[in-house]
Design a protein around this ligand. Structure first.
Ligand code: GLU
Length: 485
């Protein structure tokens, strides 16, 4: 059997982390089984559509490397892959169910429904559709259809008995039909509801495995009644627990929880996000049970559906930072420079500064790339600083001996022709040795003078080297003057 799976987002916003995780698990499972991964856009709920959301989903998935084999932009034998473009496909299937008594036309207006719901609720009953229109005769139905009265088509759920399905993780799930509502299958605008479209499309697209959020667990028995109604084979279901902000709350953009795009914008690397998200509710087993770091390919090899946890996963930004920091360190110097460049440029506008010299000073010190710009705020302009910065207990420096140090360094720097890293290093060490001083007595004052900061990426030598001779000397002179020299 050829495994065929789909990721089926609704274009209602951005790709949230739960969605990314569903896409990732589906992708991993599919690749592991040499299957076909399909992207289907579920846009039948026109009221919830957000312009541009589909493009955002494409972009995010591509950025994450979760490439699909069939989908709206690349086509395939089972298209179209956007539900509104499949509009005409659904009605005949609903009509087939109507013919067989498994669905029926409903002409109740919103107002009528609201009234009956209010009455039911006033009596303390939970409202579900009262099968009012099931009592219409075929002639009455035809008359209303001929008269062009707006209608929906509802699923005719049996009044008794059980509806059930099996989930790989949650096992056998059964509900009493009496608890189920007669869902709308085709809406008044002619489009199918999610409830109907997902069944028809999964069948027509030959989907063998459905991976999706556990919010669909409760309605899956109803979908199964549809499969039974059509006599179609039911796909294997794998429902995944939600991604939570804390024990009580699901992640939600409205409450400020980050989407995949947000995390990218916050300076997290895709590989780190994917690695973290993979482990958010899934654990490797066996020999690799303790392994933490996985490339996408390694995840494909390691992935096993049964390792998915049923308990909700709690998103932990600190853990993600841990992964990100490790992934940043692992980048080659070239790749790090490439990833960091926009952030380096934000921090350093001066085009004379060689960013490839700055990047290595940062690579091991970062949780996220967005930490870069504020670390570099002294490169373009020397900030104002207080002379107390020159006072360093461990280095045994104070204002007075710092002034001496700068005065010793200045003429040596002025005389230098070779402004290489090694030359600067040797010059500063030479000053210390010649004056029988510990290195720190020279290095610290120079570092403060050229940066105006108590902490900097890189030390005195690196900073002088990057700033260049002229700028370094200017800053040393400022330091001398500031210290009263
Ligand atoms: N369109 C649904 C959503 O975005 C997908 C549910 C499914 O995968 O069946 O939540």
């Amino acid at each position: 059997m050829q495994v065929r799976t789909r990721f089926a987002p609704s274009p209602t916003g951005y790709l949230h982390l739960g969605g990314l995780r569903t896409a990732l698990y589906t992708y991993l499972f599919t690749r592991k089984n040499n299957g076909v991964f399909i992207l289907r856009i579920e846009d039948t709920d026109q009221e919830r559509l957000v312009p541009g959301a589909t493009e955002k989903i494409y972009k995010s998935l591509k950025l994450a490397g979760l490439n699909w084999d069939e989908g709206p932009d690349i086509g395939g034998d089972y298209g179209p892959y956007v539900q509104t473009e499949r509009k005409d496909i659904y009605l005949p299937y609903a009509q087939q169910l109507v013919k067989e008594g498994k669905a029926y036309y409903c002409f109740c207006t919103k107002e009528e429904l609201a009234e009956r719901r209010a009455a039911a609720e006033a009596e303390g009953k939970t409202w579900k559709y009262d099968k009012h229109c099931l009592n219409l005769t075929p002639e009455e139905v035809q008359e209303k259809l001929n008269a062009g009265i707006p209608y929906v088509i509802r699923q005719n759920i049996p009044e008794s008995g059980e509806a059930s399905f099996d989930d790989v993780l949650y096992g056998h799930i059964a509900v009493d039909c009496s608890e189920l509502d007669d869902n709308v299958l085709i809406k008044a605008d002619g489009l199918p509801t999610y409830n109907f479209a997902n069944v028809v499309d999964d069948h027509l697209m030959g989907i063998t495995h459905v991976v999706r959020g556990s919010e669909y667990l409760a309605s899956a028995p109803k979908y199964n009644l549809l499969y039974e109604g059509f006599g179609w084979e039911v796909p294997t279901y794998i429902h995944c627990s939600p991604v939570m902000r804390d024990a009580q709350h699901k992640m939600s953009k409205r409450h400020g929880d980050p989407s995949y795009e947000d995390l990218k914008a916050q300076g997290f690397l895709t590989d780190a996000i994917l690695n973290y998200v993979a482990l958010l509710g899934w654990s490797p087993r066996g020999e690799i049970a303790e392994q933490e770091f996985f490339t996408l390919d390694e995840l494909v090899q390691a992935f096993d559906i049964t390792g998915i946890s049923k308990s909700p996963a709690i998103f932990d930004i600190e853990k993600l930072k841990y992964f990100n920091s490790a992934y940043i360190k692992k980048l080659s110097p070239e790749d790090f420079l490439k990833a960091a460049e926009p952030y380096l440029r934000q921090g350093i506008k001066n085009p004379a500064i060689d960013l490839s010299l700055v990047a290595p000073l940062l690579q091991t010190r970062l949780d996220t790339l967005t930490e870069i710009p504020p670390m570099l705020d002294f490169f373009d302009d020397l900030p104002e600083y207080g002379n107390d910065l020159y006072v360093h207990k461990k280095m045994k420096t104070n204002e007075e001996n710092s002034l001496d140090a700068l005065n010793l360094v200045k003429p040596v720097f002025e005389a230098m022709e070779d402004w290489s890293f090694d030359a600067i290093h040797d010059a500063l060490m030479g000053v210390a040795q010649a004056n029988e001083l510990k290195n720190g007595r020279i290095m610290w004052p120079v570092r403060v003078a050229v940066s105006g900061k108590p902490t900097t990426p890189g030390g005195a030598v690196e900073l002088c080297h990057i700033l260049g001779k002229e700028e370094t000397l200017k800053r040393i002179q400022t330091g001398i003057e500031q210290l009263g020299g």
